[in-house]
Design a protein around this ligand. Structure first.
Ligand code: PMT
Length: 222
């Protein structure tokens, strides 16, 4: 980075999947490795920010100089985010939060007596929308992971959730997106968008941070 642009600023990043318990030995989750979010946290730290990383269960090592808060479920991630958010300048929601959870997790291991097992799911809380609708939200950056109509759906999320910016990544292509070293990003905001072609997530994270800093400056809040 040209200078320690984010020196004195607080950045909150979420990363990884969440796990939603079915019973004490089973859960619903997804293929997020946490790499994208960890790379963003690292880039923000390199830009001088004080960074808190709220992470679901991943196999990555903690980052030097970044405060790590480990969580399990969407509910826990929401609680951790809300504990931190009041003092945060920039919030980047990279986590692949499970959209649904079992309505009634079992307290005991389900025994396989029947040929079929129906589990009723309910929506998890939307962490990103909760933050963006605060009376004084931080500069809020969401992600959009889509297999189809990527840009259209991402722009809809940007507007619906009243975000400052959204980062769209295609997740139906081998070698990028979930659980891979590389990615490909489209960054959208109200007036414009920019494409970051396929590269290592560590490299894209730096480029994304540059764009976030520029937009944050333009918003008059830096
Ligand atoms: O972890 P990696 O293996 O490196 O993979 C990176 C990634 C593909 C997971 C990442 O780049 C990414 O796209 N993260 C968002 C995945 C996702 O859940 O997208 P979504 O379109 O379903 O959600 C939109 C936004 O709402 C996201 O910012 C998400 O964090 C947020 N969300 C979603 C559901 C929910 N209950 N609460 C939320 O805050």
């Amino acid at each position: 980075f040209r200078a320690k642009f984010l020196s004195g600023y607080q950045v909150l990043v979420t990363a990884g999947p969440t796990r939603e318990e079915i019973d004490p030995v089973r859960f619903i989750s997804n293929r997020s490795s946490g790499r994208m979010g960890y790379a963003i946290a690292q880039a923000a730290q390199a830009a001088g920010a004080q960074v808190t990383l709220i992470s679901g269960p991943v196999a990555l090592s903690p980052l030097t100089g970044v405060q790590l808060v480990s969580v399990y479920s969407a509910q826990e991630m929401l609680a951790a985010v809300m504990t931190q958010v009041a003092t945060v300048d920039i919030f980047i929601a990279t986590a692949a939060v499970a959209d649904y959870r079992p309505s009634q997790p079992l307290g005991h291991k389900f025994k396989k007596h029947e040929a079929h097992w129906q589990i009723t799911l309910e929506r998890t809380p939307d962490i990103l929308a909760t933050v963006a609708s605060l009376p004084h939200p931080p500069f809020t950056v969401g992600f959009a992971a889509e297999t189809d109509n990527l840009i259209e759906y991402a722009r809809a999320k940007l507007q619906l959730k009243k975000l400052d910016m959204i980062v769209a990544n295609p997740v139906g292509i081998a070698g990028i997106g979930f659980d891979s070293e590389e990615n490909e990003l489209s960054i959208l905001w109200a007036e414009d968008s920019i494409e970051l072609p396929r590269a290592a997530k560590t490299e894209l994270a730096k480029q994304l941070l540059e764009v976030i800093i520029q937009r944050y400056q333009k918003s008059g809040r830096l």
